[in-house]
Design a protein around this ligand. Structure first.
Ligand code: PHE
Length: 491
């Protein structure tokens, strides 16, 4: 036994296992589903540039701070933050970081599992050759039919949740470590095959151009808000997933190099996913701004008409499934580790967390069908023929179908009603509020409340200049960036 301080959950076999696990957590639906569609919605290159800036100036520094905290205390995020808040005499609310995180992880897991369920469904449909020769209209209908059937959605949501629970229940070594050792290399090989394929497509240059051609006039504050929120989401920051994994990291691994490796890998996978998806979209004369349906509506049409499409399409959806799986594991780990510390067995803790997230996920399932009109934060604007805005209202909750019928009778005005479904609310609350908030609190804690000495000892930077730069980033740059974005988002 080494004299190294270890927690009750175990330590990764090596630094590389940590990298594998952290990349597994970071690379997920965020990279392959969300990144391409928001890039499409916000116009391509300009958005990508802001996203890259956020990753390198805010995301990676915050990630180092988060891992540092976990490794320092070697407990679940909730107990880690309790202990460190006491040790460094920080205001009590910092202890809440662990709680915000566990709740956020739980919220994200609930909807993540539903979307990941779609990838299970699409992997199977691809394999059977269902999409061969499919027309745009039919592909849209297939996706629509899936979303409108709560039972089918529930079945696939359940399958995915069982896959996740099965790995977590077996613990850090036998569950997480041994699965990730197989899953992650498979993921990279598949991604390379797809990239090689996309290089041969006629639309490759156009796809490349769409991703990297910078047009500053396309950039609005909303895009900046989305880019920052997404950089937290894609790096799994601000909710304790990375803190929990940090708690199992060997003490002598250098923090800086290791985390930069994770951040760069995550970014490369997102860009590679873009370089696979957009050339396919353009090669088929389709539109990049299709929203959340981009991967499920646009791509199947393309796969259906390409040579070798069944094979490539199946690989694609299985890849997304694996990526989502390894991320979902890390979403549950903070809550499970905490329950284990409370005295539950690992299996019980897993069943408890997964079951609760599964139930909450039913809300997301319903928000695509029965509850699709039940919306929150509904803004109503009405304008007359002369296009002047003459009516404006905001409702915390409304049934938008009823609202539209009621408004229809007030005649003379054109109404625009926009709100958020249950799923949209969870997504917004976690990605745009809870994760950045958790991230800022983590930065402030490490930057201002832990002693410089303690931080330096734990971080083990060889180069003092790099250490100073990193500390400045978490003390000043990341808090200001997040505050600025919150301020913009609320005003
Ligand atoms: N990073 C994951 C993705 O990109 C999602 C995630 C967020 C996982 C937060 C863990 C914690 O899909």
């Amino acid at each position: 036994m080494s004299s190294e301080k270890r927690g009750m959950h175990g330590i990764w076999a090596s630094r590389w296992t940590f990298v594998l696990a952290a990349v597994g957590s970071a690379v997920g639906l965020g990279n392959i589903w969300k990144f391409p569609y928001i890039t499409g919605e916000y116009g391509g290159g300009a958005f990508v540039l802001v996203y890259l800036l956020c990753i390198f100036s805010v995301g990676i520094p915050v990630m180092m701070a988060e891992v540092l905290l976990g490794r320092k205390a070697r407990m679940s995020p909730i107990n880690t933050m309790h202990q460190l808040t006491r040790t460094y005499k920080a205001p009590k609310f910092f202890a809440g970081i662990g709680w915000i995180g566990a709740v956020a992880g739980f919220f994200i897991l609930s909807f993540y599992s539903v979307i990941a369920g779609w990838t299970v469904y699409y992997s199977l449909e691809m394999m059977t050759g269902y999409f061969v020769g499919i027309e745009a209209e039919q592909a849209g209908e297939t996706f629509g039919a899936l979303l409108s059937d709560p039972w089918v959605l529930m079945v696939f949501h359940s399958i995915f949740m069982i896959l996740v629970g099965a790995v977590i229940a077996r613990g850090v070594h036998r569950g997480l470590e041994s699965s990730l050792r197989m899953l992650m290399p498979a993921l990279f090989v598949m991604l390379l095959i797809l990239l090689g394929y996309s290089l041969t497509l006629p639309g490759f240059a156009q796809g490349f151009d769409f991703l990297f051609h910078f047009e500053p006039e396309k950039l609005g504050t909303e895009a900046i808000l989305v880019a920052l929120g997404h950089s937290f989401f894609t790096l799994s920051l601000g909710m304790g997933a990375i803190m929990a994994y940090g708690a199992y990291m060997p003490a002598d691994s250098p923090l800086g190099k290791t985390i930069v490796t994770v951040g760069v890998m995550d970014t490369l996978v997102a860009l590679a996913a873009g370089l696979v998806i957009f050339p396919i979209v353009f090669s088929n004369g389709l539109e990049p701004g299709a929203g959340p349906g981009l991967m499920f509506q646009t791509l199947p049409i393309a796969f259906g008409s390409l040579p070798g499409g069944v094979f490539i399409g199946t690989i694609f959806f299985v890849l997304v499934l694996i990526a989502a799986w390894s991320s979902a594991i890390s979403l549950a780990e903070p809550a499970v580790a905490w329950a284990v510390e409370k005295g539950f067995s690992r299996v019980r803790a897993t069943v408890f967390v997964c079951l609760l997230a599964w139930v909450l996920g039913l809300g997301t399932v319903l928000s695509f069908n029965h509850w699709s009109d039940k919306q929150f934060f509904v803004s109503v604007t009405g304008s007359s023929e002369t296009s002047e805005q003459v009516y404006e209202d905001f409702l915390l909750y409304a049934d938008v179908a009823e609202l539209k019928t009621d408004l229809g009778e007030t005649g003379g005005l054109q109404y625009n009603v926009a709100g958020k479904t249950f799923f949209d609310v969870l997504d917004f609350l976690t990605t745009n509020i809870m994760l950045p908030l958790g991230g800022v609190l983590i930065s402030l804690f490490v930057g201002w409340f832990m002693t410089r000495r303690a931080v330096a000892d734990e971080a083990r930077f060889r180069n003092p200049q790099l250490f100073r730069t990193w500390r400045f980033m978490i003390r000043v740059v990341s808090p200001l960036a997040v505050l600025f974005v919150f301020y913009q988002g609320l005003s």
